[in-house]
Design a protein around this ligand. Structure first.
Ligand SMILES: Nc1ncnc2c1ncn2[C@@H]1O[C@H](COP(=O)(O)OP(=O)(O)O)[C@@H](O)[C@H]1O
Ligand SMILES: [Mg+2]
Length: 231
């Protein structure tokens, strides 16, 4: 199931020490393709998540604990929230890959905006039924960047439907979001302003909610590249 050459990482180290893309990237064995992981995150997993701050260490610990205790029938979920660039998607991808490798459970990654868009196309073609059912019944899904867009009523409804179905049927969901789930976290806009408040409380009940403050790694990376270019 998982590629024997690269262990599902998509990379192999050649004899001369250089790192190459594994052949499985181009075949059905590619774990990234199987799990629907976006190309930008193909080389990300829990092994190359480096926690620096206390929040990041806690998030990393929670991610590993989630994998260890994961059971297909238990419906345990986890939510990572915090500002952009602190590694929420990285952790979600890492969990998805490790659950696949260690537990043999095949989940799927969804960028929430993209999922809603695709469901809209399916609705227009009147083909929602089977696809939606398959999504609903997957043992583990990632809903990445939940609330990143202001949603229309039907979009809110479909998100609420997906989350409550999964909640009721003990299916696990990994949520990432930039928005706090609760009141009193500064003046920031809350997730409940973006999706149905009932759905937010369901997310709370499904599992752990992990806050990551950290620093924006995208900005840090950008600065480094800029610096390197100067030299
Ligand atoms: N602790 C970390 N260790 C290694 N890479 C990290 C870490 N946190 C973030 N990154 C990297 O920084 C970039 C932004 O992280 P990402 O997961 O997209 O952030 P978020 O989803 O929180 O906006 C990605 O390339 C990610 O791999
Ligand atoms: Mg993200």
């Amino acid at each position: 199931m998982v590629c024997e050459r690269c262990g599902g990482t998509g990379f192999v180290t050649r004899e001369d020490g250089r790192v190459d893309l594994c052949e499985c990237r181009f075949s059905q064995e590619n774990v990234n393709v199987v799990l629907g992981i976006p190309k930008r995150f193909w080389d990300k997993d829990l092994d190359n998540y480096i926690p620096e701050t206390e929040d990041e260490q806690n998030a990393f610990f929670q991610a590993k604990a989630f994998v260890e205790t994961f059971g297909e029938e238990e419906g345990e979920s986890i939510t990572f929230w915090g500002p952009p660039g602190v590694g929420k998607t990285h952790l979600a991808v890492g969990i998805l890959k490790r659950v696949y490798k260690e537990k043999g459970v095949r989940g799927f990654f969804f960028d929430t905006k993209d999922l809603i868009y695709k469901l809209k196309l399916l609705i227009e073609e009147r083909r929602t039924g089977r696809t939606l059912k398959r999504i609903l019944d997957l043992p583990l899904i990632v809903l990445d960047d939940l609330g990143s867009e202001r949603l229309s009523d039907w979009q809110r409804e479909i998100i609420s439907y997906i989350i409550s179905y999964r909640y009721n049927n003990l299916k696990s969901t990994i949520v990432t979001t930039n928005f706090p789930l609760e009141e009193g976290r500064g003046s920031r806009s809350r997730l409940s302003e973006r999706i149905d408040p009932g759905t937010v409380s369901r997310i709370y009940e499904m599992g752990k909610v992990v806050y990551i403050k950290g620093k924006d790694r995208r900005k840090a990376g950008g600065l480094k590249l800029w610096h390197e270019r100067d030299r």
